[in-house]
Design a protein around this ligand. Structure first.
Ligand code: AMP
Length: 116
């Protein structure tokens, strides 16, 4: 996707603070951190969000979570992080390239407020 910011990061056209990379996944620091450690784990394949998963590409979810585990260890937050996926604009998704937010480095408060 030529206009996708995360695709540009994956291609190296936009710089990022890379924490982990393999054939399928890139993990880098969020540019506007919401916690002392705030990483994003993205598939190298452009998938918009959870709704873009199919039987053919669903394996990427386990790869994203394994990459998150490795990246969390590298950043010293093993066993103490929260993972969030915003799925769709109503849920707060701003970049339409599937990503896990990995948040840690402080005591987490209440879960997100989903009250109507
Ligand atoms: P979401 O609202 O779930 O789509 O999250 C998108 C996230 O991408 C936000 O937390 C942004 O701060 C982050 N973001 C946007 N552009 C960049 C960038 N160039 N480098 C790193 N993080 C970014």
């Amino acid at each position: 996707m030529s206009d996708c910011v995360f695709c540009k990061i994956i291609k190296g056209d936009i710089t990022s603070a890379k924490v982990y990379e393999d054939e399928f996944v890139l993990v880098f620091a969020d540019i506007a951190p919401a916690a002392p450690v705030h990483l994003l784990a993205v598939p190298k394949e452009h998938i918009e969000n959870i709704d873009g998963l199919t039987e053919a590409n669903a394996d990427i979810m386990s790869r994203l979570f394994l990459a998150a585990k490795t990246a969390a260890k590298a950043k010293g937050i093993s066993g103490a992080y929260r993972i969030i996926i915003n799925n769709g604009s109503e849920a707060g998704q701003e970049v339409f390239h599937l990503h896990l937010h990995i948040l840690g480095g402080k005591k987490m408060g209440d879960k997100a407020n989903c009250a109507p």
